[in-house]
Design a protein around this ligand. Structure first.
Ligand SMILES: Nc1nc2c(c(=O)[nH]1)N[C@H]1C(S)=C(S)[C@@H](COP(=O)(O)OP(=O)(O)OC[C@H]3O[C@@H](n4cnc5c(=O)[nH]c(N)nc54)[C@H](O)[C@@H]3O)O[C@H]1N2
Ligand SMILES: Nc1nc2c(c(=O)[nH]1)N[C@H]1C(S)=C(S)[C@@H](COP(=O)(O)OP(=O)(O)OC[C@H]3O[C@@H](n4cnc5c(=O)[nH]c(N)nc54)[C@H](O)[C@@H]3O)O[C@H]1N2
Ligand code: SF4
Ligand SMILES: [Mo]
Length: 687
């Protein structure tokens, strides 16, 4: 493909989006001029989002970093000079050697997430490098850690319903997610179900795009989802909608749960959630009456102090009506478990000189950079932009501003984070590399082969970390393997029967290779909870100091319907900051095209809350709490219940403006999995 200057070539969307679309790259004179969907992809079928249709803006953006850079001005100033790769590598290797001698290898911390979902890039050669070095580990809990932990206590295995089956559902509930923006092909499938008469319900704190498309939007107060789920269970048990045979055979704790939910009457739940009692009755009845119901569990309800419990509680619902025996019934939190690969081979934990090395939760990066004992002396950031995406930005920024911290950032752009680096390394785009992709929603695995030459002196993650491994004199064989060898090794994993038949050869031949879903026939027999059943009562949760049954626990900051205006009189509004439609987390936030599509960052505020503050639509407002402040334009709208304000999108700091929503968010950890609590925060707003 590289040697052909013109033509249409297959590719994979590398972004952190469940859909993992098949793409086609249209090449003219050696340059990609257009990105379209690959109609041959069995699930995504040629439809792609607008963000990625405009991907060429990003690939060929004039601000792409094309050469290694060394800082010349103060941290944060963005002043750099060009250096050679040799200079960059010898500086990094030299500094790392010094730090290891003086402070030990754990003084070095990798900080990465899934800016590129390529398995070799973010769960492969990079891990080998930091393992062999003996660096501190990073607990990558920023995205869905709390929810996944809650799901796991209930269901065990990290997988749910197969997406293509969900067209058979006659009730689809989108719970705390915004699928129109974040998983458009699930919407396409839901539309098919809808044509056959299915109803779509959205349960959210904000009338997002998905709620506007749904048949019924149920707004609630942030962090009260467990109470709502318990209210539905109350109705299901009370009115005999439950599948008793299923409960007996496939669950434990149904008798305890039946007793437990008696106190969660619609009136009581209404007082907590703000959902009218008759709507709770209606929701319970709809769920009970549906013959096949499917719940798409989003990320929103788990970015809270009680986020693990929220997902755990919602995950109990399908068992109550026996959905796991029905095609298309059940729920998806993530389907990432189906494609588990040979991580011991990919990441080589055996190379680690210090198996007991500490782990730092990435949600606490601000705090970690201020540690006095065993201080972190170097951070290597790749595939993430912590100065925009991590909670409590001011603290994170103060950490990265430390003069004695040696920071390397590998990225395609001078992000807000890269501006604090001592060395910036140019990253190749995924279309310039060989990579392996799997989806955390559908069941197809795909291969990316380079379509264009690397721009400037950019390098992909695999090449970079292999080079650094060799420069540090680490086990040479490990850092000499090619991408194809890595792919073959990753897929060589008989422990995961779903990987049957997925090989480098089949990927080259067919491009889209489906996981072998035959073990799915016995989904319920493969449950990996301690009891082997769906755990409505969880002894493991009890041991972990959590309530063993679903139980509503109020947020630390914030209010529910029973105790408003909440613990802090100074900050009476709940602040919710979910992603927007045209960015992918903070990716694309620097592309003029994508900015134009979003226009500008807004604060959505209820007419009642606006009137109390003399705020009119279009006014400039300041949103603040004791962590920081944001400067935005107000949009007066009743898309939320009074008391909740919303700002969508992870914007970088504008020219002079304060636009980073995480300036206001807490770095407290959620109840489970060390998850983030972005949405459990209170603010005040003024003109
Ligand atoms: N266009 C676009 N697509 C994306 C992304 C993006 O940035 N842009 N990001 C990608 C990533 S990394 C992820 S993890 C997924 C996330 O995608 P989704 O799982 O769809 O989640 P979000 O878009 O984060 O939407 C969270 C929703 O939860 C709501 N919410 C907040 N608090 C609560 C609550 O207490 N209860 C309930 N019920 N709802 C609440 C918010 O109002 C918001 O509508 O999307 C991926 N896809
Ligand atoms: N307030 C608030 N904060 C949030 C969220 C929210 O909803 N609200 N969502 C959270 C969630 S769910 C997530 S997943 C995180 C996401 O946070 P991040 O994972 O940090 O996501 P991005 O902001 O997209 O940053 C990815 C970076 O990787 C770079 N990159 C892309 N490809 C490559 C590559 O091949 N190599 C290298 N070295 N770099 C590459 C991109 O240019 C980009 O700068 O944000 C979290 N933060
Ligand atoms: S961001 Fe999601 S919907 Fe858009 S092209 Fe990529 S995988 Fe498809
Ligand atoms: Mo995420």
């Amino acid at each position: 493909m590289l040697d052909q200057k013109n033509g249409v070539f297959p590719a994979v969307c590398p972004l952190d989006c469940p859909d993992t679309c098949g793409l086609l790259l249209h090449k003219e004179n050696g340059k990609i001029v257009k990105v379209t969907g690959n109609p041959e992809h069995p699930i995504t079928q040629g439809a792609i989002c607008n963000k990625v249709r405009n991907m060429t803006e990003r690939i060929y953006h004039e601000e792409r970093v094309l050469y290694p850079l060394k800082r010349t001005g103060p941290k944060g100033s963005g002043e750099f000079k060009r250096i050679s790769w040799d200079e960059a590598v010898s500086e990094i290797a030299g500094r790392y050697r010094e730090l290891i001698n003086e402070y030990g290898p754990e003084s070095i911390l990798p900080y990465s997430f899934y800016g590129n979902m390529g398995i070799l890039s973010v769960d492969g050669m990079d891990r080998r490098f930091f393992n062999a070095l003996g660096a501190s580990r990073l607990d990558q809990a920023i995205c869905n850690a709390a929810g996944n932990a809650g799901w796991k206590y209930t269901m065990g295995f990290k997988g749910g319903t197969s997406p293509e089956d969900t067209e058979h559902a006659d009730l689809i509930i989108v719970w705390g997610g915004n699928l129109i923006s974040t998983s458009m092909h699930q919407v396409v499938i839901a539309e098919k179900a809808r044509k056959r008469g299915a109803k779509v319900v959205v349960i959210d704190v904000h009338k997002n795009r998905t709620a506007q498309w749904a048949d019924w939007f149920v707004p609630l107060y942030p962090g009260t989802d467990t109470a709502l789920a318990l209210g539905m269970m109350h109705v299901l048990f009370r009115d005999g909608w439950t599948d008793e045979a299923f409960l007996k055979r496939h669950t434990i704790g149904h008798e305890e749960l039946r007793e437990h939910v008696k106190s969660y009457t619609p009136e009581h739940v209404s007082a907590i959630t703000g959902v009218p009692a008759e709507d709770i009755e209606k929701l319970g009845r709809m769920y009970g009456e549906a013959s096949v119901s499917f719940i798409a569990i989003g990320n929103g309800l788990q970015h809270h102090d009680n986020g693990g419990m929220n997902v755990r509680s919602v995950a109990c619902l399908p068992a109550l009506t026996g959905q796991w025996l029905k095609k298309g019934g059940g729920a998806i939190k993530t389907n990432g478990g189906y494609h588990a690969m040979n991580s011991d081979y990919l990441e080589r934990p055996d190379l680690r000189p210090n198996p007991e090395a500490r782990s730092i939760n990435m949600n606490r990066i601000g705090e970690a950079l201020h540690m006095k004992e065993q201080p972190i002396k170097a951070v290597f950031v790749y595939c993430s932009n912590p100065l925009v995406v991590a909670p409590d930005t001011e603290r994170v920024q103060a950490g990265f501003a430390r003069e004695d911290l040696f920071t390397v950032v590998h990225d395609l752009f001078l992000t807000d984070t890269a501006k604090y680096a001592d060395i910036v390394l140019p990253a190749a785009s995924s279309f310039e590399t060989t990579e392996l992709y799997a989806s955390y929603w559908h069941h197809y695995v795909q291969l990316q082969e380079p379509v264009i030459e690397k721009l400037g002196e950019a390098k992909g993650n695999v090449e970079l970390f292999a080079m650094l491994g060799r420069a540090m004199g680490l086990d040479a064989g490990t850092f000499a393997e090619t991408e194809e060898e890595l792919i073959a090794g990753a897929l060589d994993y008989p422990e995961n029967p779903y990987l049957n038949g997925v090989t480098l050869e089949s990927l080259k031949e067919k491009r889209f290779v489906k996981l072998d879903m035959t073990p799915q026939a016995s989904y319920l027999d493969r449950l990996t909870t301690p009891s082997g059943k769906i755990e409505l009562y969880s002894e493991a949760m009890k041991k972990a100091g959590l309530p063993p049954l679903p139980e509503y626990i109020p947020l630390q900051e914030g209010y529910d319907g029973t105790k408003r205006p909440g613990p802090s009189e100074s900050y009476p509004l709940m602040f919710i900051s979910p992603p927007n439609h045209n960015f992918l987390n903070s990716t694309f936030a620097n592309s003029e095209k994508h900015q134009r599509l979003e226009k500008e960052p807004l604060l959505q505020i209820h007419p009642q809350d606006a009137a109390q503050r003399g705020i009119q639509d279009g006014d400039d407002v300041v949103v603040y709490n004791n962590r920081g402040r944001l400067e935005l334009k107000a949009q007066v709208t009743d898309k939320m219940l009074p008391g909740t304000v919303v700002s969508q999108g992870l914007w970088w700091n504008g020219k002079g403006g304060k636009r980073r929503v995480n300036a206001l968010t807490p770095d407290r950890l959620a109840d489970m999995g060390g998850g983030a609590t972005f949405f459990s925060t209170v603010v005040q707003v003024k003109r």
